[in-house]
Ligand binder design. Structure first.
Ligand code: PRF
Ligand code: ZN
Length: 373
């Protein structure tokens, strides 16, 4: 029995949307779910209480960042990530396999692992399947991810095959190195944009019996129709009884389409990143509160939103905060954006329960004004 199990509750009659539950040592969480990103053991500008208020379930932290600073030994001394940051719901750590590969020139891959230079002080560092698993066990999230290579786009068939096979061998090493029984380990399907390599990756990982599966290497610069096509094929080859996590994807349009293709979990820096840039998320798309047109707009960001920011403050006030570079503005938009996405996924769960997800999907696209993106 795994530390984390997925319970499939209901499947849509049209499309592949699923309603499920993730049982973890820190509670049971409802899927499909959106996971707020807390890279450095904090969801930027928000307290755990504020996250509970918006019904946040699982949050994500990064092995790469916490490995470099403050180091997993310190987090272990603090009693693990949950105690260190005082978050008592679910937690997942990404393996570092994505962040390290985003470093470009500063890294060197071999069968053993990846040598890289720290973005903080330039020091030489090494991550491998064994190191990543040890660090993630010390961090102690409910869910750890296997160490993988996120293949750049575009890549040719030969490189994609070589990398995907290595990620499969790394996945085996991760399983072997993993010892914590109160923590689940998820494998990560790679395979680039090649259906046969996706199939090979999904099938060989399935034979290894991970607690759940990430789908990596998507939303790396490919056109969205291509992402949806690859995703559609990939989920067809995945075990229905295990959770599927589409890594680094979570804008409203991708959530709707990803869920329609059978995905259960998403994470994305988008809501918190654009918040810091003066942008609010709405059912129609982005609303740039910083714009001059909102200078005297005393309505809330969204009249129907019941988040703390919308219940208490106007667009004009939030715009003023941004203009004056007051950090409360960042907080208000972060609260609104995360609340928006968490509420959005809750509405999707209700739609799947009532078997009207396709109606929800159609209404979503009718409202959405960012169709070309
Ligand atoms: N691998 C890991 N983390 C990730 C990705 C991946 O491929 C992606 C790709 N969208 C985001 N985060 N380990
Ligand atoms: Zn709001």
């Amino acid at each position: 029995m795994h530390a984390v199990t997925y319970e499939l509750i209901k499947e849509a009659t049209k499309g592949k949307a699923r309603r499920g539950r993730l049982h973890t040592p820190y509670g049971t969480f409802e899927t499909p779910m959106f996971m707020p990103v807390g890279t450095q053991a904090t969801v930027k500008t928000l307290s755990p209480e504020e996250l509970y208020d918006m019904e946040s379930q699982v949050i994500l932290a990064n092995t790469y960042h916490l490995f470099l600073r403050p180091g997993s030994e310190l987090v272990k001394k603090a009693g693990g990530l949950h105690r260190f940051m005082n978050y008592s719901r679910g937690m997942l750590t990404d393996s570092g396999g994505f962040q390290v590969f985003s470093l470009g020139e500063m890294r060197k891959i071999s069968e053993e692992g990846v040598m890289f230079r720290s973005h903080i002080d330039g020091s030489k560092q090494f991550l491998s399947p064994e190191v990543s698993v040890r660090v993630q066990e010390e961090l102690g999230a409910d869910i750890a991810m296997a160490f993988d290579e996120c293949i750049p786009y575009p890549s040719d068939f030969a490189y994609t095959k070589k990398s995907t096979e290595r990620t499969t061998r790394w996945a085996e090493r991760c399983l072997k190195a993993h010892t914590r029984e109160d923590q689940a380990l998820f494998g990560i399907v790679q395979g680039g944009m090649f259906p046969e390599l996706r199939k090979m990756s999904a099938q060989s990982l399935q034979d290894m019996d991970f607690a759940g599966y990430g789908i990596g290497g998507l939303s790396v610069g490919e056109p969205k129709p291509m992402m949806y096509e690859v995703l559609d094929q990939t989920t067809d080859w995945m075990d229905k009884q295990k959770a599927r996590y589409l890594m680094g994807v979570g804008t409203p349009d991708c959530l709707v389409e990803g869920i329609n293709l059978g995905v259960d979990m998403f994470d994305c820096v988008f809501p918190t990143r654009v918040a810091r840039n003066g942008t609010a998320m709405t059912w129609r798309g982005r609303l740039v509160v910083r714009n001059a047109m909102y200078a005297e707009d005393f309505r809330p960001i969204d009249e129907h939103c019941d988040c703390y920011a919308c219940r208490n403050f106007s667009r004009a006030y939030i715009r003023h905060l941004f203009k004056a570079e007051e950090i409360f503005g960042l907080r208000l938009l972060s609260i609104h954006n995360l609340h928006f996405l968490l509420h959005f996924t809750k509405k999707i769960r209700e739609a799947i329960e009532q078997d009207r997800f396709q109606e929800f999907r159609k209404a979503f696209w009718d409202n959405w004004e960012e169709k070309d993106q």
